[in-house]
Design a protein around this ligand. Structure first.
Ligand code: PXP
Length: 241
């Protein structure tokens, strides 16, 4: 199990003053130093946190893996084709949302997504589709040759109690295994934190977790490297350093 850290909210803090600190590029380097095996950032259409300069500098400085989260819109696609991240994760994006609210409807947007995936593959960029843990979405993702899916864990994370959480966790496990059967890599993320990550980390069919808000929030209190190391210990089930 690998851990990628989403650094969007380092940039959110910077944008609170529209200045130049804290710098997400420096944060990415600290995350890698603490053991993160990938860095995720979301270049939104409204540039509310990560901006074009960040993505280009991250491409030059990241030593692990750059996962660019993005909507499949022409402006962002052309930036991604130019920057050449290691992975693009396609997500739905609404201007009014506080964060990504659900998975992509791959079945509905099959034709468009299929063309977008082909364009990325032509540049040797791997593609992941952020989907709800639903069989038909995984079937279509495999059909249009997505390299990976990222299973949306938001519903699991928002469950009020164990009775609600149990079946949602079970479904994430089944869909992770199904994704593997279809030949895709399987990531998971959204809403995972220090209290709810362990059962998801125990699912062996999941290759990687993508975690942002919880780690950056803890980093404000205990420091970024410490926060990453603590999450890494939970995800990989190693003792914290
Ligand atoms: N994965 C995807 C596709 C996301 O959109 C986000 C939020 O940016 C995350 C993972 C990380 O979610 P969180 O910040 O809740 O850990």
């Amino acid at each position: 199990m690998k851990l990628s850290i989403n650094i969007d909210h380092i940039a959110t803090l910077r944008q609170a003053r529209r200045g130049d600190e804290p710098d997400p590029v420096i944060a990415a380097s600290l995350c890698e130093h603490a053991g993160a095996e990938g860095i995720v950032c979301h270049l939104r259409e409204d540039r509310r946190h990560i901006n074009d300069r960040d993505v280009r500098l991250l491409r030059q400085t990241i030593k692990t893996k750059l996962d660019l989260e993005m909507a499949a819109t022409e402006e962002i696609i052309s930036i991604a084709l130019d920057v050449v991240p290691d992975l693009v994760t396609l997500v739905p994006e609404k201007r009014q949302e506080l964060t990504t609210e659900g998975g992509l409807n791959v079945t509905e947007h099959k034709k468009h997504l299929s063309t977008v995936i082909e364009r990325f593959h032509a540049k040797n960029i791997a593609v992941s589709l952020f989907v709800d843990p639903v069989k038909s979405q995984l079937d279509t993702a495999a059909e249009i040759r997505s390299d990976m899916v990222e299973l949306h864990t938001g519903e699991y994370a928002n469950a009020k109690n164990d009775v609600e959480r149990g079946p949602l966790l079970q479904n994430i496990q089944s869909m992770a295994e199904y994704g593997k059967e279809l030949g895709m890599g399987v990531n998971a993320g959204h809403g995972l934190n220090y209290l709810n990550v362990t059962p998801v980390a125990a699912i062996t069919a999941i290759d990687e977790m993508s975690i942002g808000h919880a780690v950056i929030s803890r980093a404000v209190l205990v420091g970024l490297e410490q926060a990453v190391k603590e999450m890494l210990a939970l995800v990989t089930r190693h003792a914290p350093i």
